[in-house]
Design a protein around this ligand. Structure first.
Ligand code: F6P
Length: 418
């Protein structure tokens, strides 16, 4: 793989600096627009003049009749196909004008799932380097949540939620039937868009901004993550672990204080575990927000302590001394009989973080209400800690962590809320 950031040929009168076309590829609801938007933000932040050319938005502007019905996207619908090609061409021409004026990066944001469409793009936009970014994500939970967000658009307003989901799924089905994954079509990055993982890549020699773009694609960026532990529970009072205990009056008051603290921040999604104590902590916060949804994810459930569930630490020490001793010896790697250990939670916590980040886009504020062990693992995802220290990270119930992790800035603050 040869890389160089050598300056590109610039037509007379055009703005200087290297120029690049980025072409998004992928089925609907695979995170293409989210990635395009965040990539643009990142490039603009680094003083690269970037613009997105989105076919869906242009369709809604150019065609006044409702075009959200699935058969508009059916491969057999000649009229629909011709209109979609016209929209694509209009955006390609606009991208070319932008690049040949003072633009530096033009992002074509559309499905671009057929080789014919991509061929037309390459033929027309042959004056500067081009990078395809193909987004792949087949996680069913994420797909369902992304579809729910898509059908929020005005063009689905005349349908019930069920009909709108059905309609969007049919649209995906049509695109699936035409989809030809990228195949030797110049420079490309194939991305697992949920896990920020590069699945495959091929680069020609001159892809400007490549290092910056690649690094951005694999970085978990989160502008503001509020990581909160649930309020006090009856089990906490007795030092009992696991279970599904509700909040005490003090715990409920902690939840109210959190709600007041976050009242003026816009938090559209609050992620919790499936346990009562995290949901009860989230409810007052949601109540003081204008628009907010609680999303319980099993990935954020507290460590399963197997045969020790609902016991107090003292009961474990006296009735199961071998468990107590072995865990003390190597807390990170110890797995409770019939349950989990920090080490075995890692995969699901990682998945939960990915889901929360993915679903929260494009909001700048994410909130996760978790548990002691879960929050330690979430913190260690962003903050480097030796594994042996992770099970001892301080996770109080009267403070929260404010985490900010972007390509250029990382910060962690432990803050009070009253
Ligand atoms: O607050 C109790 C708790 O969340 C338990 O449910 C869990 O087993 C424990 O904390 C995790 O902390 P540690 O790993 O230090 O025992």
């Amino acid at each position: 793989m040869i890389l160089s950031l050598k300056a590109q040929r610039v037509p007379p009168g055009a703005g200087g600096g290297p120029k690049l076309y980025i072409v998004m590829v992928g089925l609907p609801a695979r995170g293409k627009s989210t990635i395009a938007t965040k990539l643009k933000e990142n490039l603009v932040h680094n003083s690269v003049r970037t613009r997105i050319f989105n076919n869906g938005e242009l369709r809604r502007k150019m065609i006044h009749e409702n075009t959200s019905f699935p058969d508009f996207f059916a491969p057999k619908n000649k009229e629909g196909a011709a209109l979609r090609e016209k929209i694509a061409l209009t955006n390609m021409q606009a991208a070319k004008r932008f690049i040949n004026k003072d633009g530096q990066v033009a992002i074509l944001d559309a499905t671009n799932v057929t080789a014919e469409r991509r061929g037309r793009i390459r033929a027309l936009l042959n004056d500067h380097p081009m990078l395809f970014i193909e987004c792949i994500n087949d996680d069913e939970d994420i797909l369902s949540a992304s579809i729910l967000r898509k059908i929020d658009l005005h063009e689905f307003g005349h349908l019930t939620q069920e009909e709108a989901i059905q309609s969007f799924r049919q649209r995906i089905f049509y695109y699936q039937s035409m989809y030809a994954p990228l195949d030797k079509e110049g420079s490309f990055i194939r991305l697992d868009s949920l896990n920020n993982r590069i699945l495959d890549e091929e680069l020609g020699s001159d892809i400007p901004y490549h290092d910056q773009i690649r690094d951005f694609l694999v970085t978990d960026t989160v502008k503001n993550l509020y990581l909160i532990r649930h309020g006090e529970t009856y089990f906490n009072l007795e030092n009992r672990i696991g279970g599904d205990s509700p909040l005490t009056p003090k715990g409920a008051e902690q939840a109210q204080a959190l709600a007041r603290h976050f009242k003026n921040k816009k938090i559209p999604l609050i992620f919790t575990s499936k346990h009562m104590r995290t949901i009860q902590t989230a409810e007052p916060i949601k109540a003081l927000q204008k628009e907010s949804t609680i999303i319980p994810l099993r990935e954020f459930n507290e460590i399963d302590s197997g045969i020790c569930e609902c016991l107090s630490y003292e009961e474990i020490r006296t009735t199961l001394p071998h468990v107590y001793a072995e865990r003390k010896e190597d807390k990170y790697n110890y797995v409770y009989p019939g349950g989990e250990g920090y080490v075995t939670m890692q995969e699901r916590i990682h998945r939960g973080i990915k889901k929360a980040l993915y679903l929260s886009n494009p909001s700048d504020y994410i909130m996760i209400i978790g548990h002691r062990a879960v929050n330690r693992m979430i913190l260690s995802h962003f903050l480097f800690r030796r594994t042996e220290d992770v099970p001892y990270i301080y996770i109080p119930q009267d403070k929260f962590y404010h985490i900010s992790a972007t390509q250029s800035r990382k910060s962690f603050q432990l803050r009070s809320f009253k």
